[in-house]
Design a binder for this molecule. Structure first.
Ligand SMILES: [Zn+2]
Length: 542
């Protein structure tokens, strides 16, 4: 067993209040790394885990029976691998919705099967129903007034037909060395929310859209069109969900479908030629009568001398429903489960407790990870300004004061994986300069696996955000996109076949290695300075 020593940058540490104190070299245990690599590359179960989630359990929309089954199965599986206190922690969600059947056909002018998927929480139809297709633009109150009384029984094509172009380049993407170098350079973000900044308009635009959505839903319940149809975000038979007028956990007034672009454009061209188009829809959905619980699957590898302190790894177990949620985010869940399976198989006795958190409700706004933060770590007081209180949390300019729970001071770090199947190329530091030399020391001996980049840039859009927003270290890794944006993200083709075995094995090894290092180092992972209006926390070396 050999230890190597990473370089610690004094300048980086002195920049943050909480990193003050004794400066140490960051030691890493290469003997343990060899064992992690051996277990992760030679006896991997990551694809088996992912296949069970995708193929056997299937899509896992929050609040659906399959979603609950996924939490139960992961809890049981983690227990079977020897993790301790595997449990499901519940939080309030809303009504559950499951898609049971969707069949969409053109019946006039010529018959044709059509590829279309209802949005989550869409209404169903009462058996097979037929209606005439009609192009509409429902984007303003004036549009609604113009169409009043004209839409009953119609199937509405909303939005312009997309222009489809030939795919000139390969839609498979990995970071080049130049792109990673560029990513490592800091970029000052445009300001949001300060007076005179673009953020003010963004907020007004959000309020305007919210108001319009309410008006649109009221209009649709009165007008009773048979359905709304939008073009899916991709082409090539790839149907990507779009944002609909209904909110998760609440039913929509009429069925709302997303259709494959090529089928949508054909109908649009027929209508442009003034040829009548009749469609037949048969949509069976199940909306539960009662409010469902959301869950987080939690399980631990108990720590030893620092067992009250927690290193947390996570991904989200919920998915959208058109595919089987393979790259979003069975991949992250399988990697996190594999990382703790590896560490447990090696009978590692970590100093801190290594905990798995498999979240629900990520797709509806990080609901599970937020619930974990609220239940265990910190809550925020409501803003004092009544206008601010009306805003959703992410739009508020005034953030309420943090109220810390006892576990807050014992929390070390959260590592998240939720950017598809692509292997880990490095890590976003969320502006936390003090962690850079530490993570660089951990990445150095896995550089041969392609992971070596750190960037102080922020990334957003997934479950590290609730931790970061209460001042705790929460990080998402930099991952190769592979086919995430071109093919799988929120589409009907987000399925097991798109998962890349070598990428997921690499990510599992790096996740296990990061968890091990965070659990073994003397101090907690350094935190960013808290915003001044919020209470101070203890320094990491306390
Ligand atoms: Zn997603």
């Amino acid at each position: 067993m050999r230890r190597i020593w990473g370089c610690v940058c004094l300048v980086g540490l002195s920049l943050t209040a909480l990193a003050l104190g004794p400066v140490r070299d960051e030691a890493v245990d290469l003997g343990v790394l060899s064992r992690i690599r051996d277990e992760g590359f030679n006896r991997s179960k990551v694809m088996d885990t992912a296949s069970y989630l995708c193929d056997v359990i299937g899509p896992r929309l929050t609040g659906s029976p399959a979603y609950r089954k996924a939490h139960e199965w992961t809890k049981d599986q983690l227990s079977a691998w020897g993790l301790k206190e595997a449990r499901m922690e519940a939080w309030d969600f809303g009504r559950g919705w499951t898609l049971e059947h969707a069949s969409v056909h053109m019946t006039q002018p010529t018959p044709a099967p059509l590829l279309a998927v209802p949005l989550g929480w869409s209404a169903g139809t009462k058996g097979a129903v037929r209606g005439k297709a009609m192009k509409v633009k429902l984007e303003s109150e004036q549009d609604l007034a113009n169409y009043r009384g004209k839409l009953t029984g119609m199937i509405l094509l909303t939005g312009e037909a997309p222009t489809l172009k030939v795919h000139e380049r390969v839609e498979y993407d990995r970071y080049s060395e130049e792109e990673l170098e560029e990513l490592s350079q800091y970029r000052i973000e445009p300001s949001r929310g300060a007076p005179g900044s673009p953020g003010v308009n963004f907020r007004e635009e959000y309020a305007r859209r919210r108001q319009f959505t309410e008006a649109l839903n009221k209009f649709l319940s009165e007008e009773k069109p048979l359905a709304l149809v939008a073009a899916g975000g991709n082409d090539g038979g790839n149907v990507r969900l779009i944002r609909g007028p209904q909110r998760a956990g609440e039913s929509s007034p009429v069925p709302h479908l997303v259709m494959a672009a090529e089928h949508y454009t054909r109908i649009a061209r027929l209508l442009d030629r003034k040829i009548e188009v009749e469609l037949e829809l048969d949509l069976r959905v199940k909306l539960t009568d009662q409010e469902e619980k959301g869950y987080n699957t939690i399980a631990d590898i108990p720590g030893t001398d620092l067992k009250d302190e927690v290193v947390l790894l996570g991904g989200h177990l919920d998915s959208w429903h058109p595919g089987t949620g393979a790259t979003d985010d069975a991949s992250g869940v399988s990697v996190v489960m594999e990382a703790v399976r590896i560490l447990n198989a090696l009978e590692i006795k970590p100093r801190r407790t290594i905990r798995v958190g498999l979240w629900g409700g990520e797709e509806q706004g990080f609901l599970g990870s937020r619930a974990y933060v609220t239940q265990h770590l910190a809550t925020r007081a409501e803003p004092t300004d009544p206008e601010e209180r009306k805003q959703p949390e992410f739009m508020r300019r005034e953030r309420g004061e943090l109220q810390l729970k006892p576990e807050y001071s014992k929390f070390s770090v959260y590592f998240n994986l939720d950017n598809g199947t692509g292997k880990i190329r490095g890590i976003y530091l969320q502006g936390n300069a003090a962690v850079q030399p530490i993570f660089e020391a951990w990445l150095k001996p896995v550089a041969d696996l392609g992971a070596s980049t750190t960037t102080l840039r922020n990334t957003s859009g997934t479950d590290h955000i609730p931790f970061d927003s209460v001042g705790l270290p929460g990080f998402q890794f930099i991952q190769d996109s592979v086919e995430y944006m071109s093919r799988t993200h929120h589409t009907n083709m987000d399925v097991f076949d798109r998962l890349q075995r070598e990428d997921l094995m690499q990510a599992s090894v790096i996740m296990a290695w990061f968890a091990y290092n965070a659990a073994m180092r003397d101090d907690l992972v350094p935190r960013k300075p808290m915003p001044p209006q919020n209470p101070e926390r203890r320094p990491p070396s306390e």
